[in-house]
Design a protein around this ligand. Structure first.
Ligand SMILES: NC(=O)C1=CN([C@@H]2O[C@H](COP(=O)(O)OP(=O)(O)OC[C@H]3O[C@@H](n4cnc5c(N)ncnc54)[C@H](OP(=O)(O)O)[C@@H]3O)[C@@H](O)[C@H]2O)C=CC1
Ligand SMILES: O=C(O)C1=N[C@H](C(=O)O)C[C@H](O)C1
Length: 244
C-alpha cells in the first residue's frame, strides 16, 4: 500500500484527492493536512505527499518532505523562477513529480502540440486561450504556460521573449513571431485550453476541456505509483505516462 499525505485537504483538489485515495485499492490515506497542521507529524511515515495548494505552502511542505525522505507530487501552479529553482533543488534529495496538469488528456495534447507546431512553424499565428472558474488566483494557467513552452520549443522561439499576455489599446498589427495568451475567468469552469494556429484561409484549434477534477486526482495517483519506484530527481507527467 502507498501511504499518501494530502495537503490543502479542504481545498477543491484536496477533497477530490482524499476521495480518490480512499477509493484506490493500492493507496492508504496516511494524513490530511491543512494550514496550521503539524507538518512533521502528518508527513512522518508517509510514502508520498500530494500537494495542490499555493507556491509558498508547497515550498514549505517540500522542505519537510526533503528532511523526512517523503516523495512529492506537486500540482500547484503559479511559481516564479526562484520557486521552480527551489523545487529542482529539493529534487536532488527526493523524487518529485511536478506538473501543472496531471490529466492524461492534457499530456496527450502537449504531444499533439509539438507535432502541430513543427508543421505550422511559418504562416500561422499562435494564440493560447484558457478559461477557468472564478476562484482561480494565477494567470495564465500553468497548463497554458506549459503549452506555450512546448509550442515555443517546437518552433525554436524563446517564450520569455515572444509571449504577449493580453492586448489593449492601439497595439499595432500582430508581430508574427509572438505567441499570445488570453485568459477567461468565470463561474465553475473546471479548465478549458485551446491553442489556435491561425493561417490565411484556414485555422486549426487544438483543445482540451475538463468536465471533472477527478482527472487530476487520478493522474496524481498514477504519479504516486511511479514515484515509489524512482530515485531522487525531477519528473514530469511525460515520465509518468512514458511519453519521453
Ligand atoms: N496540476 C494539476 O493538474 C492541477 C493543478 N491545480 C492547482 O492546484 C492549486 C490548488 O487549486 P484548488 O484546489 O482549486 O485551490 P483551493 O483554493 O480550492 O485550495 C487550496 C488549498 O491550499 C490551502 N492553502 C492556501 N495557501 C496555503 C499555504 N500558504 N500553505 C498551505 N496551504 C495553503 C488552502 O487552505 P485555506 O482554505 O486555509 O486557504 C486550500 O486548502 C492551484 O495552484 C491550481 O492551479 C488545480 C487543479 C489541477
Ligand atoms: O486552478 C485550477 O483549477 C487548475 N489549474 C491548473 C492550471 O493552472 O493549469 C490545471 C487545471 O487547468 C485546473
Amino acid at each position: 500500500m502507498i501511504k499518501v499525505a494530502v495537503m490543502g485537504a479542504s481545498g477543491r483538489m484536496g477533497k477530490m484527492l482524499i476521495e480518490a485515495v480512499e477509493a484506490a485499492d493500492d493507496c492508504l490515506l496516511h494524513a490530511t493536512l491543512d494550514q496550521g497542521s503539524d507538518l512533521r507529524a502528518g508527513l512522518s511515515g508517509a510514502d508520498v505527499m500530494i500537494d495542490f495548494t499555493r507556491p509558498e505552502g508547497t515550498l514549505a511542505h517540500l522542505a519537510v518532505c526533503a528532511e523526512l525522505g517523503v516523495r512529492a507530487v506537486i500540482g500547484t501552479t503559479g511559481f516564479d523562477e526562484a520557486g521552480k529553482a527551489e523545487i529542482a533543488s529539493f529534487a536532488k534529495r527526493i523524487p518529485i513529480v511536478f506538473a501543472p496538469n496531471m490529466s492524461v488528456g492534457v499530456n496527450v495534447v502537449l504531444k499533439l502540440l509539438d507535432l502541430a507546431a513543427r508543421a505550422m512553424n511559418e504562416g500561422f499565428d499562435i494564440e493560447i486561450i484558457e478559461a477557468h472558474h472564478r476562484h482561480k488566483v494565477d494567470a495564465p494557467s500553468g497548463t497554458a504556460l506549459q503549452m506555450g513552452q512546448v509550442v515555443a520549443d517546437a518552433v525554436g522561439r524563446d517564450l520569455k521573449a515572444c509571449a504577449v499576455y493580453g492586448r489593449e489599446g492601439v497595439t499595432g498589427a500582430r508581430d508574427p513571431s509572438t505567441i499570445g495568451f488570453a485568459t477567461v475567468r468565470g463561474g465553475d469552469i473546471i479548465g478549458d485550453h485551446t491553442v489556435l494556429f491561425a493561417g490565411i484561409g484556414e485555422r486549426i484549434e487544438v483543445s482540451h476541456k475538463a468536465s471533472s477534477r477527478a482527472i487530476y486526482a487520478q493522474g496524481s495517483l498514477r504519479a504516486s505509483r511511479f514515484l515509489v519506484k524512482q530515485a531522487p530527481g525531477l519528473y514530469g507527467m511525460n515520465d509518468v505516462l512514458g511519453f519521453r
